[in-house]
Design a protein around this ligand. Structure first.
Ligand code: AMP
Length: 554
């Protein structure tokens, strides 16, 4: 077993297998099955290029063989930074097929994040694009290799591959299967009970937490969600958010859509015009969309210039979709929607297609399986009366039992009997439906992209002028939340947002989406009774200030 992985207790393994949740197939075997079944149908579309299921299978097998030739072996880790492009699918499936565990980093992650993943997981390989926005990923990989000798392989998509990188295109052009039979891959079959994929937690700690998803539980997830949202061979599934995210990869995501024989459109950017153009051209029928994206689409005056009549449903998740916005979906986009409370740690809640409007509008759905156990508890871990708000605790056949290699943190994040403490405040509603009421975890949910407050605070505290700070969520009409830094400077020196962000970007190398979008200089902090900075009060102060400013503008 992979060291650092927390396995499910025997009694639960037995139960989940007996009940047919876990069928001991690897993600690679699932892949072989769906690619064989749908052969000549189109599996992938990206930028006007099309790939059939048969071609996808051939390319993935070829790449898997190359990975073995390069020295990669089951349970080795590969940092995945490819964006929404065909190479993403090739590398992802080629890795999981031979048990190489992709770490689902984002293309926008920079040195601070990637060097942590490299060091913490002792990754052997790093997959990067040759060009993406203003980040030079190949240079980044080179820097990280210098400090992490176990990282020896940089796989590069696209053209302009540097000498120390390995071109994915060239590997795909080299028919290695003519020298080494594809059946060799059987020797590298991973154990379906082992981690297949490392997802990343939105995190509340100084560094991201790694979520090990097994072959058994990941396959169970994407199959069940596909059924719930009604994916079929006729579906065209558009992915405009980073496909690396759990939502876009497995809920139902790339994998669920391919499992269903659908065509998956990998959309290179979430910009409105790119998305609309793709919906129109590819006749997209279904899309995963955080509420922030939905709002942007619905408010775009250019929308009416496109034919988006193919769109049948949008899957809203990652952040709370407010009822007012939900009500506008059908009149403006002409399609239905599902709400979903999802978490990369596993448990998913979905509204169902035939749900009455009340449930569709006001809840984030019900769990997927009878054996998904949910508890709503007070601060002393006592179950609250039905219908009252409390922290949501979850346990079930798709929910992890611990973060990778984090025994101390796991004691806090899980109950002794294995329930994951979500940090979400929720209420039960009509049976097992649930509505999310808030959050006790210290994160900022920026348009469904999660930012750990502690992680950013640690970087801010490293600024030579900063004495103390608190990073909190401030309301934003479109994104839901943005990050605001409250800072006390040494001797009350002046500090500007630009100065702070230049430091965070250039000296600390953190991802741009994590940067504070507002700076409030303070001379003292409100404190709680136990002597901690009172962030609830800071959130109230900044929300009030923004409201007053908005009114002032109006
Ligand atoms: P991630 O693992 O990045 O998907 O983040 C999971 C977290 O996102 C959950 O624990 C919630 O805090 C938040 N979240 C996801 N979906 C929703 C939703 N529909 N409504 C409110 N919060 C959500």
């Amino acid at each position: 077993m992979l060291e650092g992985f927390v396995p499910y207790p025997e009694e639960f393994v037995k139960r989940y297998k007996e009940k047919g949740y876990w069928i001991d197939k690897t993600l690679g075997e699932e892949f072989d099955e769906f690619t064989a079944k749908h052969k000549d149908r189109i599996a992938l579309a990206c930028n006007g290029e099309y790939v059939t299921y048969k071609e996808l299978s051939e390319r993935v097998n070829r790449l898997s063989l190359h990975f073995i030739a390069l020295g990669l072996r089951p349970y080795d880790r590969l940092i995945m930074q490819l964006p929404n492009e065909l190479e993403f699918a090739y590398v992802y499936f080629a890795a999981v097929k031979i048990g190489v565990i992709p770490i689902m980093a984002l293309p926008v992650h920079r040195e601070a994040e990637i060097s942590f993943f490299a060091q913490f997981t002792e990754a052997k390989a790093h997959a990067v694009p040759s060009s993406f926005k203003d980040i030079d990923h190949q240079a980044l990989s080179r820097e990280i290799k210098k400090k992490n000798p176990h990282l020896t392989i940089t796989l590069v998509s696209g053209d302009n591959v540097a000498k120390d990188g390995i071109s994915i295109k060239e590997l795909l052009n080299d028919k290695i299967e003519e020298r080494i039979p594809v059946t060799t891959l059987n020797e590298y079959r991973p154990d379906p009970m082992e981690p297949a994929v490392f997802q990343l937690s939105g995190g509340t700690t100084g560094v991201p937490k790694i979520i090990p998803r097994t072959h058994n539980d990941y396959a169970l997830t994407f199959k069940k969600v596909s059924e719930i949202v009604g994916l079929t061979e006729e579906s065209v599934f558009g992915i405009a958010i980073p496909v690396n995210h759990n939502f876009a990869l497995s809920s139902p995501g790339l994998q669920g859509a391919l499992y269903s024989g659908a065509k998956v459109v990998l959309i290179p950017s979430p910009r409105n015009e790119v998305v609309f153009e793709n919906i129109q051209r590819e006749r997209i029928t279904m899309m995963p969309t955080p509420p922030a994206l939905l709002l942007r689409w619905m408010e775009d005056p250019e929308l009416s210039k496109y034919d988006i009549s193919s769109l049948k449903s949008v899957l809203a998740g990652g952040a709370r979709l407010v009822a007012e916005a939900a009500k506008r979906i059908k009149p403006i986009l002409g399609c239905d929607y599902h709400q979903n409370l999802g978490m990369s740690e596993g448990m998913l809640f979905w509204t169902r297609r035939d749900d009455p409007e009340d449930l569709l509008l006001n809840t984030q759905g019900a769990p997927m399986f009878d054996d998904d156990e949910i508890r709503i508890v007070d601060e002393n871990d006592r179950d609250v009366p039905y219908g009252e708000a409390g922290e949501l605790l979850v346990r079930g056949p798709t929910t992890i039992r611990g973060y990778y290699n984090s025994p101390e943190y796991n004691k806090k994040a899980f109950t002794p009997d294995g329930f994951y403490r979500t940090g979400d405040v929720a209420k039960m509603y009509r049976g097992r439906y649930l509505s999310v009421e808030g959050r006790i975890k210290d994160t900022i949910n920026r348009g469904a992209e999660k930012i750990s407050a502690e992680e950013v605070e640690n970087h801010i505290l490293a600024h030579p002028k900063v004495e103390n700070c608190a990073f909190v969520a401030m309301p934003d009409r479109i994104l839901g939340e943005k990050g605001c830094a409250f800072v006390l400077t040494k001797n009350n020196q002046p500090l500007t947002l630009e100065e702070l962000n230049n430091f965070l970007k250039n000296e600390r190398n953190i991802s741009i989406f994590k940067l504070p979008e507002r700076l409030e200089l303070v001379t003292s902090f409100p404190m709680t009774e136990v002597g901690k900075i009172d962030k609830k009060e800071l959130r109230r102060i900044i929300a009030e200030k923004i409201e007053a400013e908005t009114k002032g503008e109006g």
